[in-house]
Write a new protein. Structure first.
Length: 433
């Protein structure tokens, strides 16, 4: 073997290592994005691990036997930072975000490919095979992401919009549906021959950009998403019943069931169910069973032990390297499970959770709690075409959470959307009188 043969093999090997390091960093980064989209802060150990991988990647690309290549260092650092900001935007735009973040999120399916030109120029002008490998890998990943998002985005069936959904849509769009559709990139909204319909998501497709449409733009939950919430909530409740877990419908979902006669609130963005941990139903047993059932039935179970919170969403069983990429999507139909434990607080037996819900009072131990006898023994209530477990005194429970729960409060993240919505409902109340 000649010296040049050896250097070719060494070059291929280091390029492959650089490529693998990029994939590992990318995967670790998109995994972290599950936190903001679930309203929690990224965990410190996982953030540090991702940061360390990124530092190692940049160092590997820019260090060689000849010393530090400053140009490669700067280019790899700027490129990865810019790309990761683009990738993170949709996860952060779940909450009210700055205009640049909102802009990047809106174009999140393909914004990574905007770096194709700079990547090409850097790759052709800087003779560093490790840098070239990183640029090619990153752009290939972005191209695959784009292809998958767009291929999955086209297959759902068309749903007609009912009058209520349509009037909310028209009002939030200030009458110009076409401009509204274009401005917010609402791919699902189909306007043809004067008819308005919605290209619905399905369990096997990417979900609608749900949080944008409902929480930010103030639209009603799309019919496809309502359909999926119905299936998912009954699925999760069914799993909990089968494993013997004491559970009940929670928060806004319970409010819908009681106040809206078994329906969802118009703008519902997830279904909340609570579970009481006991000596028999421990955290480990509950999560293990849910993960096992989910893997079998095509659901993704995301576990946040520190927050006592489990998030379940549809996910066809594809075990593959890029699975955490789902965190780049702008929406997700979820059922969230919050955990309660029975404790004694100020001399009374209460069921306590660690995260705040509505106006639930604080407990002696620093959590949030409801009197045990308001919840147990649980009963059932009609919900989305079936029966689901609910607290024994649902009205008293809702009063603790929301005070006068018959009065409608809008939970949109965008105050302008909430205001418009209140006006729509005020008008329709007047017309129905
Ligand atoms: Zn949908």
């Amino acid at each position: 073997m000649t010296g040049s043969d050896v250097s070719i093999y060494v070059g291929i090997f280091t390029a492959a290592v650089a490529s693998a390091l990029y994939v590992a960093t990318y995967r670790s980064f998109v995994y972290l994005l599950r936190y903001p989209r679930n309203w929690t802060s990224p965990s410190l150990p996982e953030s540090l691990a991702t940061g360390a991988l990124a530092v190692f990647l940049v160092a590997f690309v820019s260090l060689s036997a000849d010393g530090l290549d400053i140009l490669s260092l700067v280019v790899s650092l700027v490129f990865i930072t810019a790309l990761f900001i683009i990738i993170a935007a949709p996860a952060y735009a779940f909450q009210p975000a700055s205009r640049p973040v909102e802009f990047l999120a809106k174009h999140g399916d393909y914004a990574g490919l905007w770096l194709l030109g700079p990547a090409l120029i850097a790759g052709l002008t800087i003779p560093n095979i490790k840098l070239q490998a990183v640029l090619v890998t990153a752009m290939a990943v972005e191209a695959m992401w784009f292809a998958r998002q767009r291929l999955f985005g086209q297959v759902g069936r068309l749903y007609p919009l009912n009058n209520r959904d349509l009037s909310v849509l028209k009002t939030q769009a200030k009458g110009d549906l076409e401009a509204f559709r274009r401005r917010h990139h609402i791919r699902e909204l189909v306007l043809a021959n004067g008819a308005v319909s919605w290209r619905g998501c399905e369990k096997s497709t990417a979900p609608c950009a749900f949080n944008l449409y409902v929480n930010r733009l103030g639209l009603n939950t799309a019919p496809c998403c309502r359909e999926q919430m119905k299936d998912l909530s009954h699925y999760v409740a069914g799993c909990l019943s089968k494993m013997g877990a004491v559970h009940w419908l929670e928060g806004g979902s319970l409010l819908g069931a009681i106040r809206e006669n078994g329906a969802l609130l118009d703008w519902e963005d997830d279904v909340d169910i609570s579970v009481l941990l006991t000596a028999d139903m421990t955290w480990d047993r509950l999560t293990a069973r849910l993960v096992e059932d989910g893997a079998r039935d095509g659901y993704y179970v995301d576990i946040f032990k520190k927050n006592g919170f489990i998030s379940i969403s549809a996910d066809p069983p594809r075990r593959w390297l890029f699975r955490p990429e789902r965190n780049r999507m702008r929406g997700e139909i979820r059922t969230d499970i919050a955990i309660y434990r029975q404790v004694v607080s100020y001399g009374k037996t209460v069921l306590e959770r660690c995260s705040k819900k509505g106006a639930m009072p604080t407990t002696e131990g620093g959590g949030f709690g409801v009197p045990k006898d308001i919840v147990l023994p649980t009963t059932t209530t009609p919900f989305l075409g079936g029966e689901i477990a609910c607290p024994s005194q649902p009205g008293a429970y809702l009063e603790i959470l929301y005070g006068n729960f018959q009065k409608i409060e809008y939970t949109y993240l965008d105050p302008a959307a909430a205001e418009t919505r209140a006006e729509i409902d005020a008008c329709s109340d007047l017309t129905s009188v």
